[in-house]
Design a binder for this molecule. Structure first.
Ligand code: ATP
Ligand code: MG
Length: 214
């Protein structure tokens, strides 16, 4: 267990005991490890992330969390997690929750806005941003918490090629030591350096590296 951020052992989960979405799923995420979960629409990717985030209790099996802070979950639709009236408020909200004092919050907010290329958008309402900008803001707000576990639910599904490249650049620049679970629909979308598991009929199947085209 030492050295693992998260482990699922023979987990079944879903929304009805009679027909679970996940069946007998086992996985271990080591500290700092990056794991992609690949699966078709409706295969249970978001359900798995809810279990990993502790938001959905398994119907059977065990989930062990070794992180001290709540995990950072980037929802499939970032609009659902942008809750304040401005880009900077979105970041400040998270920094305040970390217990920083107001001076520290101001400078940490400036640093994050600069790093994520959001300075010129700082007073914009989050819901008026483009999809790619919203994704970037949601990631910046999550990373402001300095999480040990980052859960990203199809983070690129709304992004075109250019925004996708930009999102990956921000991800690889700013997520260094955290453990990461990243879901996607196709093996071609698995980011470089990630191990991959496929969700098939509710079960996790190891994907050989030759199946992952990066
Ligand atoms: N709150 C819910 N109540 C009942 N059923 C649900 C709920 N959420 C998801 N489901 C069902 O669970 C199954 C798996 O859904 P889930 O959202 O985990 O799949 P997914 O792989 O994330 O799909 P997508 O790629 O479309 O996001 C689907 O059949 C879905 O209809
Ligand atoms: Mg989903």
């Amino acid at each position: 267990m030492i050295g693992d951020t998260l482990s699922l052992s023979r987990v079944s989960a879903g929304y009805s005991a009679a027909n679970p979405v996940l069946r007998d799923c086992t996985l271990t995420l080591k500290v700092g490890e990056r794991l992609a979960i690949v699966g078709d629409n409706g295969s249970g990717k978001s359900t798995l992330l809810k279990v990993a985030a502790g938001l959905l209790k398994p119907l059977a099996g065990q989930v062990r969390f070794a992180y001290t802070e709540a995990p950072a979950l980037l929802l499939q639709n970032p609009r659902q997690q942008l809750i304040t009236n401005s880009v900077q408020e979105e970041i400040i909200f998270t920094l305040r929750a970390r217990g920083l004092d107001s001076g520290e919050v101001g400078s940490a907010c400036d640093t994050l806005l600069h790093r994520f290329g959001l300075e010129e958008l700082r007073i914009r309402k989050p819901l008026t941003l483009s999809g790619g900008q919203q994704q970037r803001l949601a990631l910046a707000a999550l990373l402001a918490r300095e999480p040990e576990l980052v859960l990203l639910d199809e983070p690129e599904s709304f992004l075109d090629g250019k925004s996708r490249a930009e999102f990956r650049e921000f991800f690889f620049q700013h997520v260094s030591s955290a453990s990461v679970l990243w879901t996607c629909c196709r093996d071609t979308e698995v980011p470089p350096g990630f191990r991959a598991l496929r969700l098939e009929n509710g079960s996790l199947v190891v994907m050989e590296s030759k199946q992952v085209h990066v």
